[in-house]
Design a protein around this ligand. Sequence first.
Ligand SMILES: [Zn+2]
Length: 326
Amino acid sequence: MDGFKRKWVVAIDLGGTTTKLAFFNHSGKMIKKWKISTDKRNAGQYILDNIVTSIDKQLQQLKVDKEILTGIGMGAPGPVHLEQGLLYNAINLGWEKNYPLKKLLEKKMNLPVAVENDANCAALGEFWKGIGQHSKDLIFVTLGTGVGGGIISNGKLVRGVHGAGGEIGHITVIPKNGYRCNCGKIGCLETVASAKGIQRITKQLLASKKEKSMLSDKYFTVKDVFNAAKQCDPTASEVVDTFSFYLGLTLANIGNIFNPEIIILGGGIAKAGDFLVKKVQPYFENYAFPTVRDSTVISLTDLGNDAGVFGACRLILNQMMKSKKM
Ligand SMILES: [Zn+2]
């Protein structure tokens, strides 16, 4: 068993823009992390080869033989068939439907591969090494380019029959006259609580208001919107309030189903910090069932962008333990 501590796994968090990678030893200690951009050209045909090349390059730089690697865990953006490692649908990557991700990567790397939905992976990471590590019941919500979710109930990931359990970003919050979501549906949480959603709400408010805002007449990011709201800019405050209402309402409704110990907010938007929690909390409290309101805590991630690779590491270690390869 001791010898295995010197063995490593590769953990990959595959995203539509960036792919994060890390080496971990079998005790779960991160050895090295890095990232590459995701090349989606030509129906995503370069994505896996780029990953393989970058792993080889890192091993060379560290002067470590490829033999040290025993497996690969990966979080991918879309619902996943766990056993077969099929990605049912990955609109963001350009891949065909039912993409045999596990099989292809196993062939290229000659190593066992485990694949899971990216937000589920991040939830697993928080459960294993993050702020949720003492909670058997937790919900992880990633607020970034899109809105993703992962639910752990009684120590187990909620996956559902087709791997699409916990798709919090696609809960309908505006049933009438909402915007079309990337998933094809209308009025999903993602259309109002993602970076793109926040930017759209801001632009609409700026166009409809006569009063001057700190955000007027310039290109603005989501960070600018939150910073302006922190300084009590009226337009920015209204945007953050709209965002917080939809998020707080959704979290209360999911909270009523799972009564988690902790709801963890991650992703780029969570960098707004405690201010974000303070804005979402009152809406959550307003709409949650009293016992849920009093026993479920909303908190920020403490793993930041690394939650996904921690979860991917746990995923492959779990698979190897099950097949007794460690
Ligand atoms: Zn959607």
